[in-house]
Design a protein around this ligand. Structure first.
Ligand SMILES: Cc1cc2nc3c(=O)[nH]c(=O)nc-3n(C[C@H](O)[C@H](O)[C@H](O)COP(=O)(O)O)c2cc1C
Length: 160
């Protein structure tokens, strides 16, 4: 099985830690979309893992553009992962909907808290001034990411 792990991560590289945790399990090629212009040909991969920090409730625009430019998925499998200051199960909805419209099959989601030292004014409260959730994702969350990847790997082997 071959996986492309395409992710956007810049604030504290929190999402990159998740990408790096899941990639070895899924035989993944890391594609840090903000640091490269070379995008993968998704037809070379069995699984597409797409991740992002959450910025203003959304995946990074570069990820949105990447998804917009994907060819028809032919029911290719996808997993989505993210880190954010707050947990909100709707963060993945828009990107999942677009992937499904393009004929991709989203088979799993992973989310972890990510440290944040800057948050837009409209999001800040006294509670989080000066930084939030230092050290997240933590070791336990990275282990949970590995377990998630192992489950996805088993799922992929079953559908083969
Ligand atoms: C510009 C900006 C906007 C953000 N917007 C949100 C948001 O809407 N909701 C949220 O829960 N966290 C928000 N965060 C916190 C990030 O999602 C969190 O720090 C994440 O782990 C960053 O991932 P990264 O280190 O991989 O870039 C925002 C952070 C930045 C810098």
């Amino acid at each position: 099985m071959k996986t492309a792990v395409v992710y956007a991560s810049y604030h504290h590289r929190n999402t990159e830690k998740i990408a790096e945790a899941i990639a070895p399990v899924l035989n993944g090629t890391l594609v840090p979309i903000l640091q490269t212009d070379t995008l993968p040909d998704v037809t070379d991969f069995d699984l597409l893992a797409i991740g992002s920090g959450i910025y203003r409730w959304k995946f990074h625009d570069k990820i949105t553009d990447f998804v917009e430019n994907l060819p028809d998925g032919g029911q290719r499998h996808v997993i989505l992962f993210s880190t954010s200051a707050f947990k909100n199960h709707k963060f993945h909805d828009a990107i999942q909907k677009r992937l499904e419209e393009k004929n991709y099959h989203v088979i799993g989601h992973f989310h972890a808290k990510g440290s944040a030292s800057f948050l837009p004014e409209w999001l800040t409260s006294h509670r989080i001034k000066g930084g939030k959730d230092k050290g997240r994702p933590n070791q336990a969350e990275l282990m949970a990411a590995v377990r998630f990847a192992e489950e996805v790997k088993s799922m992929m082997e079953e559908v083969k």
